[in-house]
Design a protein around this ligand. Sequence first.
Ligand code: GLN
Length: 309
Amino acid sequence: MTDLQDVVDSVYHDLADRIGEGKLADYIPELATIDPKQFGIALVTTDGTVHAAGDAETSFSIQSISKVFTLTLALGKIGDGLWKRVGREPSGNAFNSIVQLEQEKGKPRNPFINAGAIAVADVVLAGHLPKEAIGEIVQFIRHLADDESIAIDHNVARSETQTGYRNVALANFMRAFGNLNHPVEHVLGVYFHHCAIAMSCRQLAHAGLYLASAGRNPLSGGSVVSSSRARRINALMLMCGHYDGSGDFAYRVGLPGKSGVGGGILAIAPGKASIAVWSPGLNENGNSLLGSAALELLAQRTGWSVFGQ
Ligand SMILES: NC(=O)CC[C@H](N)C(=O)O
């Protein structure tokens, strides 16, 4: 099968019977109110052509997928200095685990587990008020997606601020080790708000295009990062983007990917396309169940795994 729209349609069609499978991320009360029977796919090729199916225009909470964009901003600010604060190794633990943080003296394993993303938020916050840092992140994502309508879902941000006790614990732990430079409430304000950004699959696939195009975003026109930085962000997504499910995702899909507990996944086929899938039901690792299945079929049918056909 060569026509990409046919591939996207066939993936949607073959999984349509399973829409609604998986478990909502009910530890964030606002996410427990989402209708689980939704499923969207959007694929944007490096020349900007869009192929979509299902609920590809419906906004959802991008949650941890936002960590790809905050990592990109933090690397832009302090470059390799970031790696003094955050590691580059898979954690083999759940996204909100605290166990390694004590053994490794407050240095999170990677920028995609919650602790690592909280340290990244601290870097983005430097020299700003929290609302300025949040504004910078939203503006960056709007620029990448070439879409000014992208915004924060304030109900989700409030819900997480009220119930994010584990993140408060992680942040305090890092602050005790001297790995946060700003007050915990400020850093978490930035973190909770960037996790609460709402986007559709189509917007998200657009925003990720720089990672598929050697650091350039053909839609917004310019260079976002160098090609070597894009390659490295992809490497981190491949190794760490699905937490303790990263090995399984690499085995089944073979593409750099970043999941979020809102049920979205951004996957990158370098040189070919940026792909966003969304279905709110999660598997046991907190990754979209149908979204992972969709990417597995898509990778099979396009032959796009980074490990060869
Ligand atoms: N894996 C995720 O998407 C987790 C992000 C969520 N905001 C949290 O901190 O728990």
